[in-house]
Ligand binder design. Sequence first.
Ligand code: NOJ
Ligand code: CA
Length: 543
Amino acid sequence: MATAWWRDAVIYQVYPRSFADANGDGIGDLAGIRAKLPYLAELGVDALWFTPWYASPLADGGYDVADYRRIDPAFGTLAEAEALIAEAHRTGLRIIVDIVPNHVSDQHVWFQEALAAAPGSEARNLFWFRPGRGSGGELPPNNWTSEFGGPAWTRVPDPDGTPGEWYLHLFAAEQPDLNWNNPKVAEEHESVLRFWFDRGVDGVRIDSATMPAKDPELPDLDRRHPPTPHPYVDRDAVHAIYRGWRAVADGYAEPRALIGEVWLDRPDRLAAYLRPDELHTAFNFDYLNCPWDAARLRAVIDRTLDSHRAVGAAATWVLSNHDVTRHATRYGRADTAMGRNPAQHRAPVDQALGTRRARAAILLNLALPGSTYLYQGEELGLPEVQDIPDAFRQDPIFFRTHGADIGRDGCRVPLPWSGTAPPFGFSPPNATTAPWLPQPARWSEYTPQALGRDPDSIHSLYRTALRLRRADADLHTDLFRWLSEPDGRTLHFRRGRSFHCLANLADEPMALPEHSEVLLASTPLGTRDPALPPDTTVWLRTT
Ligand code: NOJ
Ligand code: CA
């Protein structure tokens, strides 16, 4: 029988460029990942999600896909991807790949053909080309702005070289938006899905999932008071796309999972994506953006579980990814709200506090009903690198805001694996080039080699927690019950028959409730006076 593995899997996000470099060119690659499969299996995760590994000029870290059916040569080959999928499966790990429906790279053959074709041509109708406003067409067709800063339109020359039409890009100029009103776009994406599902991929993560459907009138937008429906976010028409994808996914003997990147602040609108004939799960950005505060977290947990229950979908719990500030850093600031808050990047960080809370948070996440996402390096307690020299920065957000927003490079620094100096085992000893983003010298403390020896390290905590979670039948039921009234200090709930999770977010220690066994605590409990310290989560068994 097919299993609904995505309902409670622990999924590890691999950012291939920064995971492990086997050939020494300073860029992570598939051979590097393959060599680390035993590490991932031993960590105890169930699945891997790869951010885009396709042929790409990497204008936006691979979210500018030039060819979905090829692996970027910096990462390896299609044959290596196939071998990696097969070997991961043998190791017991499922595979999720990233699909980016909203846009392609400006180097994609479709866009190159569109540039060479005339205005009004079929080739241009795969994108959003429009004449400019103003007497000579010198102004963009409307006032939309790019999510990365600056205008959402770029003007191109006509094939004869004179200034011509503009094209829409809701992200970088190298990421032209596709026109989903053209049936060829849906056809091509369904074929891409089959291409990867046929290679054994178990699911896809859908990038910017609320944005592909556009109002064809392309009206001006008042960003501060956007209308409903919005001209490009969460339009009803987007659901037809995912119903088509679901039919493709369900056509396999073991149905493939669809996971949406759905940033919406209305839980009912998010739940609509999780109806039985659409996506299986979506990232929980409400939770990711919630401050480290018991009352707020409780409210988000309740809202999440209620809205998901209404459509029979499983929740997800996620705190970090390649787009937000690593939570070991965020949680050490005075203001812990928002996964990414560029205004906070110079705020003081109490790293010990951030790490302590990150340890408490993982035991909370893993005890909640649903699936959990881990972002590579969080199992090492990696902090955000906030002081990357400008000359190394690569994120288009940094460039398009002229440095006003430092962007997302700080959570994408290549992982440290071993040793006491860069590249910390990220690249082999005979590497010719330094890692593509510089690693801080202090990262010698964060390698699995250094942490693995210490039974109290965050790495040991993750491994133990994942092992216990996998083996505990109570955590694989849907049963969830709060055991305390909202008190603004603690989160205390029962899972299944006898598993209790208690998080103390107050400034004071608290007495442990009645229990028969302490399974695991995020900071070691004293043996003589086993009170629960502040910013600590404990897993208990009752009889
Ligand atoms: C969301 C991705 O996670 C992010 O990294 C990317 O820049 C945008 N979508 C655009 O594809
Ligand atoms: Ca490499």
